[in-house]
Design a binder for this molecule. Structure first.
Ligand code: FAD
Ligand code: A2P
Length: 291
């Protein structure tokens, strides 16, 4: 059988560290990605994995074991985080792995266990990690593949890895990239400085949606799905090509609305959404990671 042009490597690392014997990883970087003027706090956290067997591919996730116990006296369960660094790490030498963590607060309820634990750590602290996990959200192997990336909030994490690879290690490739990225305000624009650099790259297209600063055509909040409508022609023309993949990452609650936005965008181009997405799924070109 001819290999699919959008196959992903079969040889991916998986669960090199398990909850029973996690990696004790030291934090080497811990910085805010949000401006103090934002109502949210999201932090970029890098772990040193130099003296470990931890390896990963772009698009995988890792597990964090927060210390302590839940109300029933059981150890806190593991939480997953998308890896935000490319497989060669932020250091370029494969000796680090990074994540991007939003401090989960929902007053008057107790603060989220793991995200607050992580956001309250500092450089030098040691955290228990597991993984990596995930084989369904990997970067396409094929050179020159086109990618349409749709992210809200911390959903940008895996795409930060993809973009670093595409415009770094795989910079000779000519595939096009569309990034649809939704955040509340400019103060929440995660990795905005890095994204600005890609704007100079040929074939990179950016569509931001600042929901609390911009309005859609109906006067409501501007979301990524509204930007998808605006660029429906370009997006679906690209997706007609065999070597184009569509990725979506972010909070689970947004999936139905974004999916509906894609359906409307397809319809505006005279495309039967159900049949088209079925084909993309069968061809391993439609990837969703929501949480
Ligand atoms: P929890 O302790 O699990 O609490 C969750 C929320 O409930 C908090 O807001 C808390 O305040 C609230 N709460 C507590 N008690 C109550 C109550 N009684 N009633 C109502 N609400 C209550 N997260 C990221 O930040 N970045 C990522 O890149 C990322 N990637 C992910 C990738 C995958 C594949 C998956 C599955 C998840 C990912 N997550 C990511 C989410 C992450 O795993 C955690 O779910 C998240 O950090 C919240 O965990 P927590 O322990 O802080 O909150
Ligand atoms: P908003 O909160 O203004 O409604 P967060 O900052 O909570 O992680 O969210 C990231 C972005 O996703 C925010 O701009 C948020 O907008 C937006 N968002 C919220 N609900 C939806 C939705 N149904 N569809 C698309 N984007 C959404």
């Amino acid at each position: 059988m001819t290999p699919s042009p959008h196959a992903h490597t079969a040889d991916f690392p998986s669960n090199l560290y398990k909850p029973g014997a996690p990696l004790q990883a030291r934090i080497s970087e811990h910085r805010s990605l949000t401006d103090p003027a934002s109502g949210n706090e999201v932090r970029h956290i890098t772990f040193d994995i130099a003296d470990s067997k931890f390896r990963y591919l772009d698009g995988q996730s890792l597990g964090v074991l927060p210390p302590g116990e839940d109300a029933a006296g059981r150890p806190h369960k593991l939480r997953l985080y998308s890896i935000a660094s490319p497989s060669e790490g932020d250091d370029g030498a494969g000796k680090t792995v990074s994540i991007c963590v939003k401090r989960a607060l929902n007053p008057p309820h107790p603060p989220g266990v793991c995200s607050n634990y992580l956001c309250d750590r500092a450089v030098g602290d040691v955290v228990k990690l597991t993984g990596p996990v995930g084989k369904s959200f990997l970067l396409p192997d094929a050179p020159n593949s086109h990618m349409i990336l749709i992210a809200t909030g911390t959903g940008i994490a895996p795409f930060r890895a993809f973009l670093k690879t595409r415009y770094g290690r795989r910079a000779s490739e000519t595939g096009q990239t569309w990034l649809f990225f939704g955040v509340k305000t400019r103060f929440d624009y995660l990795y905005g400085d890095e994204i600005a650099q890609y704007e100079r790259q040929p074939g990179f297209h950016l569509a931001t949606a600042f929901s609390r600063e911009e309005q859609n055509a109906e006067g409501g909040r501007m979301y990524v799905q509204h930007r998808l409508q605006e660029h429906a022609k370009s997006v679906f023309e690209l997706l007609q090509q065999d070597n184009a993949s569509l990725y979506m990452c972010g909070l689970r609650g947004m999936e139905p609305a974004i999916t509906e936005g894609l359906r409307l965008a397809a319809a505006s181009q005279g495309i039967d959404y159900e049949a088209f997405m079925k084909r993309l799924t069968q061809e391993n070109r439609w990837h969703v990671e929501v949480y």
